[in-house]
Design a protein. Structure first.
Length: 141
């Protein structure tokens, strides 16, 4: 059985995880038969070992790991591969396939560019940018 492990950085603020939880929920809606786990590198739980263990416990023998990072940062290049190797050692009968960072996928780059254009197109900036009443943080449209 296949499984999917989404692997994000983590943060102290629990609200930071909301977009990743929304992605996991959307994936589960689109692929209800696919076991999905969301794990974090640091500061949040579950960690990758716990999340992978949960997938293995439900019968997954092939787990695709998608780093939910915008780019191949030091974490993705340096920290993630040893964690995946540890999973392989802990579960020798399970194939763990590590993908590139999600942010490097052409479809994600196109989606972010489109969302950026949508955002700036929907915003009307003040005529006088030097007016002290001009907000520096814009409300969501």
């Amino acid at each position: 059985m296949d499984g999917l492990l989404l692997f994000a950085h983590g943060a102290r603020d629990p609200a930071w995880a909301a977009p990743f939880q929304a992605i996991a929920a959307e994936l589960q809606t689109r692929r209800p038969e696919l076991p999905i786990a969301l794990a974090y590198l640091e500061l949040m739980t579950p960690d990758i070992t716990t999340a992978a263990g949960a997938l293995v416990a439900v019968g997954c023998t092939r787990v695709q790991i998608v780093p939910m990072f915008l780019g191949a940062s030091g974490h993705v290049r340096r920290d993630v591969p040893p964690l995946v190797e540890a999973l392989r050692a802990q579960h020798p009968r399970v194939l763990f396939a590590l993908h590139d960072a999600i942010g490097e996928q052409p479809s994600v780059i196109r989606a972010m560019a489109g969302a950026t254009l949508d955002l700036i197109s929907a915003t009307t900036l003040p005529a006088n940018p030097l007016d002290p009443a001009t907000p520096t943080v814009l409300p969501q449209p």
